[in-house]
Design a protein around this ligand. Structure first.
Ligand SMILES: [Mn+2]
Length: 377
């Protein structure tokens, strides 16, 4: 909607008006250029453009993932349906259009990956996916510095501080299958926390994440997420990362995850859970420096897509599994017999590529103490 009409990493374009253009895609990128729900700094309307364009690699529609050994853009495959038209100042019309777009993509059997936009958009995003997966059958994993569970924001039901409350109230997502990771700071107050507890939400504040370890918290989330649910929506607010590593955002809260933490966590979510929808929100380019935040968001999208492609490859085309990475790792060789090679992310990078064995000889080293002097100094 703003700026050049480019697709994410150069993947083929699709048209929401023409379902055939995305029918065979595994994931469809959608832009949600909306910041009418921000409570402080605006600018997230430029997020989709920045997430699509910020890259030092060619926009060639290929991104072979080193650790996972998949190219999600060609394997899933991924297409980009452009931006949904979201008008500044017309919040309900804008959210309605986005919900319609996400629903259409989900009902075509594709995973919508929505580039925000402020966090208001998760209400229509997860609602649209729940319409396809089943009302109350969609778990939600939410990375954020903020809970976004206020009842109203400046008196409005819609804004970036309220979407999680709207999703639980409507029943699209049940409170007890709503998992929040990375909360911190000075909001919300006791009344809202009481409401969250009543709904059965599980919210990991940063002090708990640091004490118990992010990996351990994720294990706990993964063990519960699929109980009574059929799929998961992943919502990533870039402000879950420390403002030192993600300064370009509207409501920065110091003391967050590292960029590395978030990329690993998103990858694990996509590898270990059957994702049915993703959004990456709150990138505000006017407040960014050296594109630090836009780069991170671009990579968050790629980690999610790569994890999904890995999961699909690991299942050997037999559909989603609910096994954990640990259980999957035990299955050696991984994948279906005769199926594609499945890389374990922590295996040595060049393993299995015909590299010669590491020499064990203890002969003289070329520059040891007995080597000739380098000459006059
Ligand atoms: Mn948020």
């Amino acid at each position: 909607m703003y700026g050049p009409d480019a697709t994410f990493a150069g993947v083929p374009p699709a048209d929401l008006e023409d379902p055939a253009s995305f029918a065979s895609a595994g994931a469809v990128i959608l832009g949600a250029p909306f910041d009418g729900g921000t409570s402080y700094r605006p600018g997230a309307r430029f997020g989709p453009q920045a997430i699509r364009l910020t890259d030092y690699l060619a926009h060639d529609g290929m991104r072979p993932h080193l650790a996972l050994g998949v190219d999600p853009l060609t394997e899933l495959p991924v297409v980009d349906a452009g931006d949904v038209k979201m008008l500044p100042g017309e919040i309900e019309t804008s959210l309605g259009r986005l919900e319609q777009a996400v629903t259409a993509v989900a009902q075509a059997g594709c995973v919508p990956v929505v580039l925000g936009g402020d966090h208001t958009i998760t209400f229509p995003d997860a609602t649209g996916v729940a319409r396809h997966v089943g009302w109350g059958r969609l778990a939600l994993v939410h990375f954020d510095a903020h809970a976004d569970t206020a009842n109203t924001q400046f008196g409005s039901l819609y804004g970036h501080g309220t979407p999680m409350r709207r999703l639980i109230e409507s029943g699209a997502v049940r409170g007890e299958r709503f998992f929040q990771i990375g909360l911190r700071g000075y909001w919300p107050g006791p009344e809202v926390l009481d409401w969250m507890a009543t709904q059965g939400m599980r919210s990991y504040e940063m002090a708990e994440v640091c004490r118990r370890g992010l990996g351990h918290c994720l294990d706990e989330v993964f063990a519960r997420a699929m109980d009574g649910c059929d799929a998961v929506f992943l919502s990533v607010d870039i402000d879950v990362v420390d403002p030192g590593m993600a300064p370009g955002t509207g409501t920065p809260e110091p003391g967050g995850l590292s960029g590395r933490d978030l990329l690993d966590a998103v990858r694990r979510c996509a590898m270990e859970l059957p994702l049915a929808g993703v959004d990456v929100v709150e990138v505000s380019p006017p407040y960014d420096h050296a594109e630090v935040t836009a780069y991170l968001a671009n990579r968050v999208v790629l980690e999610a897509l790569s994890g999904m492609a890995w999961r699909r490859r690991n299942a050997g085309g037999r559909g989603p599994t609910t096994a954990t990475t640990e259980a999957l790792t035990e299955r050696e060789p991984a994948g279906t017999p005769g199926g594609p090679v499945v890389r374990q992310p922590s295996a040595p990078l060049l393993e299995g590529r015909g590299n010669p064995p590491i020499p064990t000889s203890t002969g003289p080293t070329p520059l040891g103490p007995t080597s000739p002097p380098l000459g006059p100094r």
